[in-house]
Design a protein around this ligand. Structure first.
Ligand code: ADP
Length: 293
């Protein structure tokens, strides 16, 4: 592993920071706190350190340190507006598209700094793909939706190679049997749940290493949601997944570790079962027991 991979928080905890372990965020310690639990991984696929994010003058993320382990599913939960999506979007530089947004800190994909000037965001976003809240198929056929990225990235020289990529991606997304006889129909002709699986197939088609999911089931009915949740479990055999969800049940069902955000701060990260049965932090407990959120 490259020397630049930091295994511990870059800044040792100062006395003032440790004071914030008191489980209460007050005006005095608002900027001086530390995350409790297991934020780091022995097999980190992505390592984030000292992350601050601002929209103009307003700070949305405060000093977040987190690893996402290889083939791990990490769920990000917390009240609306606590910064989950903002943090997720940093992981493939989607925030670059927002003019007022300023991101600082270190983001490593294995040993590569994703904010390095030499890092081209197009291949980065193939390596770290994203699935959005609302299924957003292109106004193209089912086949062309999946083939799109493979064509752009020059992954297939021959039509038969492209056919293979489309079929394999649709199979991995659990959609092949439902669409194999109608590949030339528009992607938008599918149901909401099928469209979301089509978007997952489109993401998979460019061989990502990490898949980011931003509330991928919030527009879906319970049956389509259950299908996507099964799929997340299958995909974690081959991919590293970070998922933002407002559903604690979903986080409990699909993730290995859960990260609890509150007011832009990463309060606690632990094994998912622990977070939901015996959390380390009072704020996590207050959230999972429904005292706020
Ligand atoms: P969550 O995903 O937890 O609901 P967000 O990351 O969407 O939270 O938002 C975190 C904070 O950043 C909120 O205060 C929100 O209003 C603000 N924010 C999010 N996106 C933008 C934006 N494009 N411009 C300005 N402020 C934003």
């Amino acid at each position: 592993m490259n020397d630049s991979v930091i295994k511990e928080p870059a800044t040792p905890l100062s006395a003032e920071k440790s004071k914030a372990k008191t489980n209460v965020i007050t005006e005095e310690n608002n900027d001086a706190y530390t995350t409790v639990g297991q934020a780091f991984s022995e097999k980190a696929k992505m390592s984030m350190r000292d992350v601050d994010v601002f929209y103009g003058e307003k700070q949305a993320i405060y000093d977040v340190n987190l690893d996402i382990g290889t083939n791990e599913v990490v769920a990000m939960i917390g009240p609306s507006g606590c910064g989950k999506s903002t943090f997720l979007r940093c992981l493939n530089r989607m925030n670059d598209t927002i003019d007022t947004c300023k991101v600082t800190g270190k983001f490593l994909l294995e040993d590569q700094d994703i904010n390095d000037k030499k890092m081209d965001v197009v291949p980065l976003r193939a390596r770290v793909g994203m699935v959005f809240q609302k299924p957003n198929p292109f106004p193209k056929s089912i086949y062309d939706n999946v083939a799109y990225g493979a064509r752009i990235h020059g992954l297939a020289d021959r039509k038969s190679d492209l056919d293979d990529i489309v079929e394999t991606s649709l199979q991995k997304a659990g959609l092949w049997n439902e669409v194999k006889d109608r590949l030339q129909q528009p992607g938008t002709s599918l149901s909401g749940g099928q469209q979301q699986r089509l978007c997952i197939a489109r993401t998979i088609a460019v061989s990502p290493e990490v898949i980011l999911m931003d509330e991928p089931c919030s527009a879906l009915d319970p049956i389509a949601t259950a299908r996507i949740e099964e799929l997340i479990d299958e995909l974690s055999q081959n991919y590293t997944i970070a998922i933002v969800t407002h559903s604690m049940q979903q986080a409990a069902r699909v993730s290995h570790r859960t990260a609890y955000f509150h007011l832009g701060k990463l309060i606690e990260v632990n094994e998912t079962e622990k977070v939901f049965t015996n959390p380390d932090h009072d704020l996590t407990e207050a959230y999972i027991t429904g005292r706020f959120g």
